[in-house]
Design a protein around this ligand. Structure first.
Ligand SMILES: Nc1ncnc2c1ncn2[C@@H]1O[C@H](COP(=O)(O)OP(=O)(O)OP(=O)(O)O)[C@@H](O)[C@H]1O
Length: 256
């Protein structure tokens, strides 16, 4: 269970995320929506530790992780989809995924370096990496350098890396942005599969409302950094606050 309590960040006089308290249960996919500049990505950055909160807390499975740097939060199970800058551009797609598998296993075995174990486990890591590349439809690009993959393929690789780390919380920030129409279903299928699992929570920042309607169990709306609404997708989308704040529709009573 992930929970933010009163989570806040100020940039000078601007409050980008303002006292957001929210919890995210395993087995639930929560979509985070809101207009441009509402604070969605900043909220993600505060949860994953990329930005330090001015006030408030982030709790994961009963532990206050607010003061932990991003890598330690990742190790606790907060899985943020990688940015390209976090991939190894001069390694192949398979080598990148293999390193993520290896990092996960090393974390599980206490992080020590055991040469015999590395040798023995190497084949299994490669097989798992190949299988993950197949899952994200990248097997035919296994030996291509990450830096030379097309944009859509790089995003698939990011998802493969995230799955390899087996986090408790999956955080996707517009996972299909910039993808071609035929690539989008692959990523959405993967998100759909994760949603089926009962042991992880999925957080999805998404602008495409049809995707939100189809995938989300719950929607939270950020507006000017504040939690403006939350609840079941159809109810939240129909609410006046969302129609006005997000979709730009002025409610009927205000038109009268
Ligand atoms: N490092 C920073 N320094 C100063 N202001 C920032 C910083 N990061 C974000 N902001 C500001 O915080 C506000 C929220 O930005 P954020 O990117 O979180 O919005 P968003 O909801 O993700 O928008 P979009 O949908 O366009 O991606 C914006 O006004 C932005 O300019």
């Amino acid at each position: 269970m992930l929970e933010t309590k009163n989570l806040t960040i100020r940039f000078g006089g601007h409050v980008a995320v303002n006292a957001v308290s929210c919890s995210f249960a395993p087995g639930t996919l929560t979509a985070i929506v809101g207009p441009n500049g509402a604070g969605k990505t900043t909220y993600f950055n505060l949860i994953s530790g990329q930005l330090p909160a001015t006030e408030g807390e982030v709790w994961l499975d009963g532990e206050d992780v607010s003061r932990l740097p991003a890598p330690l939060r990742a190790r606790r199970g907060l899985g943020r989809a990688f940015q390209l800058t976090q991939l190894f551009p001069h390694l192949t797609a398979q080598e990148n995924v293999r390193l993520a598998v290896q990092a996960r296993e090393s974390g599980r075995h206490g992080g020590g370096f055991d040469l015999a174990r590395v040798w023995l486990d190497r084949r299994a890591w490669i097989e798992e990496a190949q299988s993950l590349l197949e899952t994200v439809r990248l097997l035919d690009k296994a030996n291509v350098l990450a830096s030379t993959l097309a944009h859509g393929d790089q995003r698939k690789l990011e998802v493969a890396l995230l799955i390899a780390l087996d986090p408790k919380v999956y955080m996707f920030d517009e996972p299909t942005a910039g993808m071609s129409v035929d690539e989008v279903p692959v990523i959405l299928d993967l998100v759909r599969q994760l949603k089926q699992r009962r042991d992880c929570a999925v957080l999805l920042v998404e602008h495409k409302m049809d995707v939100v309607r189809e995938l989300a169990d719950r929607v939270i709306v950020l507006h000017n950094g504040q939690l403006a609404a939350q609840g079941e997708p159809s109810a939240v989308m129909a609410s006046a606050v969302v129609q006005q704040a997000y979709l730009g529709v002025v409610p009927q009573e205000q038109l009268a």
